[in-house]
Design a protein around this ligand. Structure first.
Ligand SMILES: NC(=O)c1ccc[n+]([C@@H]2O[C@H](COP(=O)([O-])OP(=O)(O)OC[C@H]3O[C@@H](n4cnc5c(N)ncnc54)[C@H](O)[C@@H]3O)[C@@H](O)[C@H]2O)c1
Length: 235
């Protein structure tokens, strides 16, 4: 992702790559090169340190790394409390199609009794469920709560080995890991006598680049913490 982001930034009007930093390299290179925005696609252990460094140096950050949990988000909020000028965008998914899928799924979930998420990825993925599925579940839970819709009906009484999947905010998520897949998600919605399926397929990592570039252009204009690219889009 890092290499592809550098290529996309180089090719974009009005943007320039001033530093490329891999593990073991000194992030001060970015400060010396006058970086205004940093993009982090590393791993959850490295990201927090990178954000701390950037905030201390007045550099806004676009974070794509997944598996960035609530405790780390809370730490970022603490860091930003003393640095109101810096913007941080944490986006579970930079694909515009995936952002729309999450938005539409949350909207639709207020009108259906049942909802479940199936996320499907390549078998090299480290985290389950995916960051996108987690975020979708949170958005669905918020939309259903606001609309006064209760839990999805489920009579399962015996499931010691979790064959029914995991739950996030009472929304069931099933994680599939299969050779040949890239990144896919279905949101299954059910009401009496009908179902609706909203599906998104990422077929190439190039699909993330328009969203990353939007993040790079916008992040410094949005001081503080923003979670989700949807906040930079007029939906
Ligand atoms: N949000 C999205 O839309 C999206 C899309 C694709 C991937 N991702 C996530 O992005 C992350 C990276 O994915 P990838 O496929 O590029 O992984 P990768 O393993 O190919 O690349 C990660 C890179 O980070 C480098 N790195 C590790 N620690 C570092 C540090 N402290 N400073 C600088 N560089 C460091 C590694 O050397 C490696 O080159 C993963 O968490 C993945 O799930 C998110």
């Amino acid at each position: 992702m890092g290499r592809q982001v550098c290529d996309a930034v180089e090719a974009a009007d009005g943007l320039e790559v001033v530093a490329r930093i891999d593990v073991g390299q000194d992030p001060k290179l970015a400060v010396a090169a006058g970086a205004e925005v940093a993009v982090d696609f590393t791993n959850p252990e490295a990201t927090l340190g990178n954000i701390e460094f950037c905030v201390a140096n007045g550099i806004s950050v676009v974070v794509g790394t997944s598996g960035f949990g609530p405790d780390k988000v809370a730490r970022v909020e603490e860091l930003l409390a003393g640095n109101s000028e810096v913007g941080i965008l944490i986006a579970p998914n930079f694909s515009l199609g995936a952002v729309l899928m999450m938005k539409f799924a949350a909207q639709a979930s207020a009108f259906f009794e049942s909802v479940e998420i199936v996320e499907l990825h390549h078998p090299n993925k480290l985290d389950a469920p995916s960051g996108t599925a987690l975020r979708t579940a949170q958005l669905i839970a918020e939309a259903r709560k606001a609309a006064g819709v209760g839990r999805s009906p489920d009579a399962t009484a015996e499931d010691a080995d979790h064959h029914r999947g995991g739950k996030v905010d009472d929304v069931t998520i099933h994680s599939v890991r299969l050779r040949g897949l890239i990144a896919h998600q279905e949101v299954l919605l059910g009401g009496v006598g009908e179902t609706l399926t909203i599906r998104h397929d990422s077929l190439d990592r190039a699909s993330f680049m328009p969203g990353v570039l939007l993040g790079v252009r916008e992040v410094a204009k949005h001081p503080g913490l923003t979670i989700g690219l949807e906040h930079y889009l007029s939906l």
